[in-house]
Design a protein around this ligand. Structure first.
Ligand code: ADP
Length: 218
């Protein structure tokens, strides 16, 4: 079954964790703009260098940079069997451009999953987050610890804390979410995107169950 999915929600709500599981269950490509930007930074591309100053401050990267990255990615043949967008769109102009891109590539979204949780819970989740430097798998020191502390269960890579996961930067990211990203939900609704609101309180299995049901019970 081919599914084109979009996972939307504030930083720390668990998009990345759920996206990894969904993309493996549905056998679809996981497209995370945050991961793509971090990869561009690591390989010192000009785009990565421009994006870095924004990410380090907890600000959104300008739309033109993100749209360049995503437009190219969505045209790659591996997305034909389905994709899962994670962390995009994050502004109303990005949503409008996604609408235009999908129409021009002859694609539609089957489900838009909107996750939400209270702000203090988000801060707690992000500050305990650890990410594998090799495969980007995501852990939490309390909620989802790796079997061997400091190392990835999946590939053995080293786990580290993202530089933008400090408390001060997290607060900035949440402010950016409220100001620029939350209004995208209104865009989805007024443009009849197939939205389902999911409560992201609870453990990862419970949240996954809710998302899975929302996708299958279309
Ligand atoms: P999180 O959802 O936990 O904030 P991400 O990895 O999705 O983490 O994003 C990390 C950072 O990358 C964001 O704070 C932002 O600076 C940048 N970023 C990612 N996706 C976008 C986007 N679609 N538009 C603008 N900036 C983005």
């Amino acid at each position: 079954m081919s599914e084109n999915l979009l996972l939307f929600g504030p930083p720390g709500v668990g998009k990345g964790t759920q996206a990894q599981r969904l993309s493996s269950v549905f056998q679809i490509q996981h497209i995370a703009t945050g991961d793509m930007l971090r990869a561009a930074i690591q390989s010192y591309t000009p785009l990565g260098q421009r994006a870095k100053s924004f990410i380090d401050k907890g600000q959104l990267v300008p739309d033109d940079l993100v749209l360049d990255l995503l437009g190219e990615r969505l045209q790659q043949p591996d997305t034909r069997r389905g994709f899962l967008l994670d962390g995009f769109p994050r502004t109303v102009p990005q949503a409008a451009e996604l609408d235009r891109m999908l129409a021009s590539y002859g694609k539609t979204l089957d489900r838009v999953i909107v996750l939400d949780a209270p702000e203090e819970e988000l801060v707690k989740r992000i500050s305990g987050r650890r990410t594998c430097e090799s495969c980007q798998a995501s852990y939490h020191v309390v909620a989802r610890p790796p079997r061997v502390p400091g190392f990835c269960d999946r590939c053995g890579g080293v786990l580290s804390q993202r530089s933008d996961d400090s408390e001060e930067i997290i607060r900035n990211r949440l402010r950016e979410f409220t100001a620029k990203t939350r209004p995208v939900i209104d865009y989805f609704v007024t443009h009849d995107w197939p939205v389902r609101m999911i409560d992201a309180a609870g453990n990862m299995d419970q949240i996954f169950g809710r998302i899975y049901a929302a996708i299958l019970l279309s």
